[in-house]
Design a protein around this ligand. Structure first.
Ligand SMILES: Cc1ncc(COP(=O)(O)O)c(C=O)c1O
Length: 377
């Protein structure tokens, strides 16, 4: 079916008991069994929950994978993937400006289990090639990256990684499967923070991972149950509801994103702007090849902490807050908020300066957003 049809229907048959159009919230911890070993396929809710499984099936269809598994947060999903792919003595490569929490997980936790990480500019395939080792088991990329919006060539990186027998994981949170489908671009696994665009209404925290290979799917299902960081039935229901309008929301984010980026690009106070939809962006051509939209995430540099601080205190309609991808516009200061866990010199090297502001452009009337930004300038 078409993407819009799948977004609404995939994995969601009307409830067999009542015919309810919307999948119910199965708020139960366990299921009555008819006898020993005789049940309807549902034994205990950490292992199986119909609401969560509907979301997992829906996401597997949208990302073109064999299966998906939903977790308590985006970070819980990424943690489960480290359990799937890495063991003591392995090596992993990661984009050097991933979401700060991903870096924190790898550097402050997984590394201590005897896994080596290299952080490289994955926008440059030669850097990935040079970092590959015989024991590299995971190449983790975020494209576009958060917050600098640099673009990584998914097919090229996949080719390099696969030559070495490594899996490629793509964090597709910023684009969603509506604008980018990494598994069709030869990656092996997609991970999302459903907290962002998939849920889309800033009222749930969750994550999902979608797999291309059956063997990975079976192992991740085992890990999801064994480690237990599942998404709750209510959050699963919220995300399913959000996904029904994902295509229309993403189109609106994209339209507003392009207008706000063009407006910001013309302001003298903006020293640098990062938005893949602008022809001046270094990844613009590649973005046009592997994405069907540019989304609503923009970062721009106001030159100093003072300027950024004043600007962020003056906006009214744009709410100052961490997170992104909701219908409402959120604005943030990566250096002190989302990327505070990245060391300062590394932040500066990546362009996450003290003057950098990130905006998650919502779907309000764009003239109201621009008026708010103009007022802040
Ligand atoms: C690109 C990206 N990946 C992963 C995460 C982590 O997701 P969560 O906050 O749901 O754990 C975030 C959170 O901001 C993110 O922006």
């Amino acid at each position: 079916m078409g993407f819009r049809t799948d977004a609404i229907h995939a994995g969601q048959e009307p409830d067999p008991t009542t015919g309810a159009v919307t999948i119910p919230i199965y708020q139960t911890s366990t299921y009555v069994q008819e006898g020993i070993g005789k049940h309807k396929g549902f034994e205990y809710a950490r292992t199986q929950n119909p609401t969560r499984m509907a979301l997992e099936k829906n996401m597997a269809v949208l990302e073109r994978g064999v299966a998906g598994y939903a977790f308590a947060s985006g970070m819980a999903a990424t943690t489960a993937l480290t359990h799937l792919l890495l063991k003591q003595g392995d090596h992993a490569i990661c984009s050097d400006n991933v979401y700060g929490g991903t870096f924190r997980l790898f550097d402050k936790i997984v590394r201590h289990y005897g896994v080596d990480f290299d952080y490289v500019n994955t926008s440059n395939p030669a850097d990935v090639e040079n970092a590959m080792r015989p024991n590299t088991r995971m190449v983790f990329i975020e494209t576009p990256t958060n917050p600098i919006m640099s673009i990584t060539d998914i097919p090229k990186i996949s080719k390099i990684a696969h030559r070495n027998g490594s899996r490629v994981v793509v964090d597709n949170t910023f684009m969603t499967p509506y604008f980018q489908r990494p598994l069709e671009l030869d990656a092996d696994i997609v991970v999302h923070s459903t907290t962002k665009y998939l849920n889309g209404h800033s009222d749930s925290v969750g994550g999902v991972a979608i797999l291309k290979h059956q063997e990975d799917a079976e192992r991740l299902q085992f890990i999801q149950n064994a480690a237990g960081a599942i998404l709750s039935p209510f959050d699963s229901w919220l995300v399913l509801r959000g996904i029904k309008t994902l295509p229309v929301r993403m189109d609106a984010h994209n339209e507003n994103g392009i207008e706000v980026a063009n407006y910001l690009a013309g302001k003298k106070e903006v020293k640098k702007i990062y938005y893949p939809g602008l022809p001046t962006h270094p990844g613009h051509d590649l973005a046009k090849q592997q994405m069907t939209g540019f989304g609503g995430m923009i970062a721009f540099d106001l030159g100093s902490l003072d300027h950024a601080k004043r600007f962020l205190e003056r906006v009214k309609l744009c709410s100052l807050g961490e997170s992104l991808g909701g219908v409402e516009t959120l604005i943030s200061h990566p250096a002190t908020m989302t990327h505070a866990s990245v060391p300062a010199d590394e932040r500066n090297r990546l362009g996450i300066t003290d003057g950098l502001v990130r905006i998650s452009v919502g779907i309000e009337d764009v003239q109201d957003l621009i008026a708010d930004l103009e007022n802040a300038f």
